[in-house]
Design a protein around this ligand. Sequence first.
Ligand SMILES: Cc1cc2nc3c(=O)[nH]c(=O)nc-3n(C[C@H](O)[C@H](O)[C@H](O)COP(=O)(O)O)c2cc1C
Length: 302
Amino acid sequence: MKRVLIIYYTQSGQLKQIADSLAEPLIRDENIAVDYYRIKPVEDYPFPWTSDGFFDCMPESVEKVPVEINLDDFPAKNDYDLVILAYQAWYLSPAIPVSSFLKSDVARNFLAGRKVITLLGVRNMWVMAQEYVKGWIREHKAQLVGNIVLTDKAHNLVSVLTIKKWLMGGNKGPYNILPEAGVSEKDIKDASRFAGPVITALKNNDYEGLQDELIVLGAVGLKYHLMQMEKNALRIFRIWAKLIRKKGEAKNKKRRMRVRLFKYYLLFIIFVVSPAASAVFVVKRYLLYPLAKKQLRYYREV
Ligand SMILES: Cc1cc2nc3c(=O)[nH]c(=O)nc-3n(C[C@H](O)[C@H](O)[C@H](O)COP(=O)(O)O)c2cc1C
């Protein structure tokens, strides 16, 4: 019998749906047992979000400031062969509940020596978040053996509009002329195709070529211009995060003015600067093709 633990956090339920889709063929296999563990912040983040709340969590997301997690019911059983860590990005960083969990002693002790597959359900900017998660997995002496990323495939600006409606209204859409927000129903359903190679690797206890097989199945869609924009944006977020945190901790009213300035700055960058920046990065990709290819390969691998 092989045992799998799926550790996840979700607000809307989207990431749980993705995890369920991937897990379904594993659960059907009588030689595999699958357990779930939902990360539970003591004080959870509200869904849908208010505008102030949404932008107020940028500094702590970027600086990986942990919140308290209720770990009382973390599985005491210690015989899992594989861990699937299902998480989302917040402000180009792992979502605060997930980074808080990964920074905990419970995660450190539990992950030591384990095989981990990361499973992401995000808008479209996740590579820097994954770099942090990779770092923690390494630090905890676990081994990242696979990575599957489901994104919103709409145009970047369209997905900004729809995700705002979804996260602040609670409804995934579609809305009039705008498509459904987030990862499409079809992509969620099709995530079950990644289970085959995972089951084979799990049963043979051989994860050597797993990520290559997952990549062939389309597990990591990655766009060079988005990756470049993300790297630049994270540098700027770090500056804003410091500026805002100088005024106080999360939810402190004294920092509200700076949080609102950040919001308008971000909207300006997204709708005015990013279209031009995208065009520059598309050209750069062709001019520096071998380097771009190398970078894309690096972020697709584990
Ligand atoms: C505060 C916040 C910030 C987010 N920032 C990003 C981001 O930087 N990159 C990205 O691809 N998606 C981002 N998203 C979208 C999430 O990664 C995720 O897809 C969405 O919130 C649905 O996740 P759920 O399963 O928790 O409902 C953000 C969402 C929230 C709530």
